[in-house]
Design a binder for this molecule. Structure first.
Ligand SMILES: *Cc1c(COP(=O)(O)O)cnc(C)c1O
Length: 395
């Protein structure tokens, strides 16, 4: 009987709307790219996609997907261990392991599933998970599904991490869990120091590289390249849905026995469909491209440096960042929304974030740079930021 609950849901929706937290979706009618077309026909420059390397509509990936459609068909209609594994799936898993310098890889439908299915098969009540306070929702959910004892440390605070490791020292096993790049500020986890603490307190390290893989490090090999600790992080999770093409798909890559046990016991892997061959084939081509050249990373790093320098020179405050995310501080929630709206009128598409997504009084515009942006795109965005910044008295 859809009676009383309907009223209750209507009230919930109303209160979301009242508090100004109702999320509305803009319709895009073009492929995802630096320039996109909105449903009204307006052409805008996109600065809020996770399309860091500009691969979302890349011709090489699209051609690989088309070819796989002919050679391997559309869907797998199976989970991996029944009849959902093709030669392509195994090849991609190998390529991901080569890219990160790990033993082996297991694919998932998304990184949300990789994180959701990671902890429960590996850890029990007698173990400890020590998690950064700003970790992604999918990590939080994955930790909830596991019986291990939970410890939390303040974002990237190594003294607090050490204090938690000391508290957890009587547990059987300890795993330190962190995002590589935190998506609201763009700051990096100090994974070199985390690994040093892990060695001292006998803990494993898990890093979610969704916003760092493909992006940080000279050739985009992520956190372990940046800190020169290749092979030292035990577990890396990541997505094919951001820098690596933007379609869908996630993975866990790391120590051999960990990956083998996940294949036996990880529930989102065992009980959810296998990735379509098109996506997998495009992923293979993408990693081949990454191993030949770091052209896209070079461009992304140049773009990020230019944008950061110019936005600071214009007088804006930004959060400390070492990624392709630049959080431009508005502080006031309403101002962040007005600012984003005025930028859109000028053809610049960005999102304003405010409490509870970020701390109270820390509302911001989050800009995400891409290798697909040209210098002219960046300068057009900077010009718009300066005009709106003056109009709204942010600078
Ligand atoms: C985006 C993201 C995810 C989820 O990845 P999907 O493949 O889209 O499910 C997980 N963790 C972090 C840190 C992310 O930014």
């Amino acid at each position: 009987m859809y009676g009383k609950i309907k009223e209750h849901l209507q009230q919930e929706l109303h209160s979301i709307e009242e508090s100004g937290l109702f999320k509305r979706e803009n319709l895009i009618t073009s492929p995802q790219d630096a320039e996109i077309i909105l449903s009204g026909g307006q052409k805008v420059l996109n600065f809020c996609a996770n399309n860091y390397l500009g691969l979302s509509s890349h011709p090489v990936l699209m051609e690989a997907a088309r070819q796989a459609l002919d050679t391997h068909g559309f869907g797998m209609s199976s989970v991996r261990f029944i009849c959902g594994t093709t030669d392509l799936h195994k090849e991609l898993e190998g390529k991901i392991a080569d890219f990160f310098g790990t033993d082996d890889t297991i694919l998932y439908a998304a990184c949300f599933d990789a994180n959701g299915g990671l902890f429960e098969p590996l850890l029990g009540e007698e173990d400890a998970i020590i998690s950064d306070s700003l970790n992604h929702a999918s990590i939080i959910d994955g930790v909830r599904l596991c019986k291990a004892q939970r410890y939390r440390y303040a974002n990237s605070d190594m003294d607090d991490l050490e204090a938690q490791l000391i508290k957890a020292r009587n547990q059987r096993f300890r795993v330190i869990v962190t995002d590589g790049v935190f998506s609201m500020d763009g700051n990096l986890a100090p994974v070199d120091r985390i690994c040093a603490l892990a060695a001292r307190y006998d803990a494993l390290v898990m890093v979610d590289e969704c916003h760092s893989a493909g992006v940080v490090g000279k050739t985009g090999r992520g956190i372990t390249e940046l800190f020169n600790i290749r092979g030292e992080v035990d577990i890396i999770t990541g997505t094919l849905g951001k820098a690596f093409g933007g379609a869908i798909g996630g993975f866990t890559t790391g120590r051999k026995e960990i990956i083998e046990l996940l294949r036996q016991r990880s529930r989102p892997y065992l009980f959810s469909n296998s990735l379509p061959p098109m996506i997998v084939a495009a992923g293979i081509k993408m990693f081949e491209m990454m191993s030949r050249t770091s052209e896209l990373q070079d461009k992304l790093h140049r773009n990020t440096d230019h944008f950061k320098k110019q936005i600071l020179a214009a007088g804006f405050d930004i959060k400390h960042t070492e990624s392709a995310i630049v959080a431009i501080m508005m502080y006031d929630a309403k101002r962040s929304q007005d600012f984003a709206e005025k930028l859109l009128e000028k053809g610049i598409y960005v999102k304003g974030f405010y409490y509870p997504v970020v701390p109270k009084g820390e509302a911001r515009i989050r800009v995400q740079l891409s290798a697909a942006h040209t210098k002219a795109h960046l300068d057009q965005a900077l010009q718009a930021f300066i005009e709106v910044g003056k109009e709204l008295k942010v600078i």
